[in-house]
Structure formats: C-alpha cells, structure tokens
Design a protein around this ligand. Structure first.
Ligand code: ZN
Length: 453
C-alpha cells in the first residue's frame, strides 16, 4: 500500500500582522493560522503556509493581531438584569448583600423570559469582546424547571461554546434543592443525548452548588456523587467574603476548604470559584488536591469581598481561570484588573505579568473548566480566535506585544471573532442576532424585575 494522499481539505489561512498563538510562546510577526473546518490545522509564517496550501482561501488582516478567544470561567448572565437596580441603601457587608438584596430582590424574582433576555445580551457582550467559551451559573429558583433550557436557546443562537449550570442550594428548602440538582442532571443528559447528535452544538453542562452555608453535608455528598456518575465537575463558590470561612469555623471547627477535604470533595473534580480568603492550610489543600480555581477580581472588589491570593496559588501550581461573575463581561477589563490588583496588593510590580494574565484568560480557563483543546491556537485545537486592532501608538515588538494587549486593548478593539471555525463577529458586526432588539428586550425585562422589587 502506498502512502495516503495529501489531505485534500481546503482551508482558510488568516494572515494578520501578528499571531499570538498562546500566552507562553513568542508572537510571530507576519504569522498566520490555517483552519480546516472547526479546527486549527497549522500555525506559522503566513508566506510558508500559503506556499504549502496554494488552493486555500487567504484572508489578509492588515493592522490586526490574532489571538485565542478568551474563556470566561465564571459568568452569571442573569446578573445583567440587576445592573443599575435602584436600592434604598447600599448593602452593609457580604451577608447583608445576599440576604437583604441579592436573594429576595433579584434571584427569587427571575423567570424564564428574564433569564432568556439576559442570556441573549450577555452572549452578545461576550462575543463582541473576544470571549468564545464560558461557564454560566444560574441561581433562580422560580425558573425551575427548564431555566437552563430558557438560556440555552440564546447560547445556541450566538454560537458560543457554553457550559451551563444551575446553582443548587438548600436556602429555599429541600424540595428546591432537589429540583435544582434534577435541573442540572437533565440539562447534562440533554446536551449529551439530544444536542450531542447535532455536531454543531457547543453546549454542555456541569453541576453547581452555592456554598457550605447554604448546603448540608448530606446534600453535598449527593450532588458530588451525581457529578462523579455523570463525569462532570462540581463547582462551588468558596470564601468570596470572610463570612463563609468564619461560618465554617463556628459550625464545623475548621475552614471551608478543610471541610470540602473532609467530605472527600476537594480534588480535580472540584472547581472552586472566588477563593478570596484562604488560610495557609486551605491554600495547601487547593494545590495538593489539584482543585481547579477561578478568579474574578472585579466582582470581588465590587462586593467588598477582598483580593484572592492568585499569584501565590499559581506559584503553587494551581490551575486558575478568570471570570466576570455577573459584573463587567468584557474579559479584557477582567484581565487588566488581574494584571493590576495583585501588584497593588503585594506592592510588587513584578508579579502577575501580561503572559500570566493571558494564560489565565485562555488555557487557564479551559483547564479550570475541564475542556480539552480549547484556549490555544495549535494544530488539532479548536478554531476559537479573535482578531483585534494592532494600531498601538508606540512600536510593537515580540517582547512587548502581550503587555500592549493586556494594558491597552479592550472589547472595543475586537474586530472579528471565530468559534469552532465559524465567524460569529465579523468587522465589528454580530453575524447572527440583532443587538438593538436584544437590548430593547433586556431593558423591558429589567424594568419588570425592578418594578417587582
Ligand atoms: Zn458567582
């Protein structure tokens, strides 16, 4: 038998001024990426790729940089409905924020139409600012059942790669907690058995719980075993403020991550978001047990939560992604906050350089979410990328490109976005969906929520 013929597939070759294929390797000037179907086939110098594949479509992108699409590892799309909501007074502290405001006035009043409208607009915001993959956590007891399905239509229309989960909690009683778990299980199975048959679907699910102070040990065991059975991650908010650690010490005699270790949950099947207030023991548990983490510097600041010890965790080898947490969904803003806030906290301009921030925004996020071959432009990896403006007012070099991007770009500089080989934003325009109609719908739904509150 002879050698198999050369792959006859025709690809497209995207040729920007600069290719930043991942956060670790040096950017390539006049680099290019070749895409076949939904996957990256090759990266290298544009001239070399064109010579090797003369039959391909070549798209020249002068004054542009191509980099991987961002992974937003923690979103609450429904959070958009509360942006600007009128308050009698600012909540005093984290516990009051939840108990007096967020639970009764936002989460408990959400219905299907509200969360669907928020999902439409959130997907548009994420796509237009370079995000191609995200994890959303919905907590809205009155959207049960089918709250995740109410969001799923919007995500599918957008073309984003989305992991959706419902945040189970016993704060409204055992029946609501059980219904929340059922919601996750049903969605995960629908994605696998119904959507999975459509090769275009980029939707999947995982299981979320709220916190230790809203979930009993028995319930956490049940949920974690279900996650293991389904081979999905269990996600929980951990120590967003000082409240949860103190509550755990008072109720269990040890801190939050120690309790998850005691329950057998702390391990690679566990995704701990926030991780703001950590004892030395808790930091050790995260690294020793290979717990996955996500970091949301802007949202933690907004609620007065604090600053998570992320350089320390990354230094200890912990996988960390970045998240917007229902606040500003432009991951450039989140990345810039991560770049700045740890320098201020540690009074050290040498910590958290631009490469580390870009790693968290791409491969860190995909690894935290347990995704494979997402977050890097390399042969065999998903063709998820963004094309951004490279016209900085100072010269760009291989040495400074990452810093130029992290410090001086934001969502407004994103020109085009591709997810799994399909353009979803092209020349600044959303390919599918009407942003004006989405905005009007969200305005109407937000007003409905606010008048109920
Ligand atoms: Zn959150």
């Amino acid at each position: 038998m002879g050698l198999s013929p050369v792959d006859p597939a025709v690809g497209i070759i995207l040729c920007p001024d600069w290719l930043l294929a991942d956060a670790e390797t040096e950017p390539i000037q006049a680099g290019a990426v070749r895409i076949v179907d939904n996957t990256v086939d090759a990266v290298g110098l544009g001239s070399a790729l064109i010579a090797r594949h003369p039959e391909d479509d070549v798209i020249d992108l002068p004054d542009r940089i191509i980099l991987p699409g961002f992974v937003n590892a923690h979103v609450h799309m429904y959070g958009l409905l509360a942006h600007g909501i009128p308050l009698d007074a600012a909540p005093k502290g984290f516990w009051s924020f939840l108990k007096d405001f967020w639970w009764p006035k936002v989460e408990d009043r959400l219905d299907h139409e509200m969360v669907a409208a928020a999902a439409d607009w959130a997907c548009t915001e994420m796509l237009r600012s370079g995000t191609t993959t995200f994890l959303d956590i919905l907590e809205a007891p009155n959207t049960l059942p089918e709250g995740l399905e109410a969001q799923a239509g919007a995500v599918e229309r957008s073309g984003l790669r989305g992991i959706l989960s419902f945040e189970c909690t016993e704060r409204s009683g055992a029946a609501v907690a059980a219904a929340g778990l059922k919601e996750n299980v049903r969605f995960i199975e629908t994605c696998r058995h119904v959507r999975g048959n459509k090769t275009t679907s980029l939707l999947s699910g995982l299981i979320s719980i709220h916190t230790l102070f809203t979930c009993s040990d028995d319930f956490i065991h049940e949920v974690f075993n279900q996650a293991l059975d389904l081979n999905v991650l269990l996600h929980a908010h951990c120590n967003e403020g000082i409240h949860e650690g103190e509550w755990c010490e008072a109720n269990y005699g040890h801190r939050t991550l120690e309790h998850y270790e005691h329950l057998g949950v702390a391990g690679p099947n566990f995704l701990a978001s926030q991780v703001v207030h950590l004892s030395a023991t808790e930091q050790r548990i995260l690294s020793d047990r290979n717990v996955r983490c996500s970091h949301m510097p802007m949202a933690n600041a907004e609620v007065g939560g604090g600053v998570a010890p992320i350089p320390e965790l990354r230094g200890a080898g912990v996988t960390v992604g970045l998240g917007s947490d229902g606040y500003v969904n432009d991951l450039y803003e989140v990345a810039r906050s991560a770049f700045l806030i740890h320098k201020a906290r540690l009074q050290d301009p040498g910590v958290m350089d631009a490469h580390q921030v870009l790693a968290m925004a791409t491969t860190g996020g995909s690894e935290a979410l347990g995704l494979e071959r997402v977050g890097r432009l390399a042969p065999g990896w998903s063709a998820d990328l963004q094309v951004i403006d490279s016209r900085f007012p100072t010269p760009t070099t291989t040495a400074n490109l990452a810093e130029q991007v992290v410090l001086f770009r934001n969502g407004q500089h994103v020109e085009s976005v591709m997810v799994a080989g399909k353009w979803r934003v092209r020349n600044g325009e959303l390919v599918t969906g009407d942003p004006d109609a989405q905005r009007a719908h969200l305005q109407q739904q937000a007003l409905r929520l606010w008048s109920a509150a």
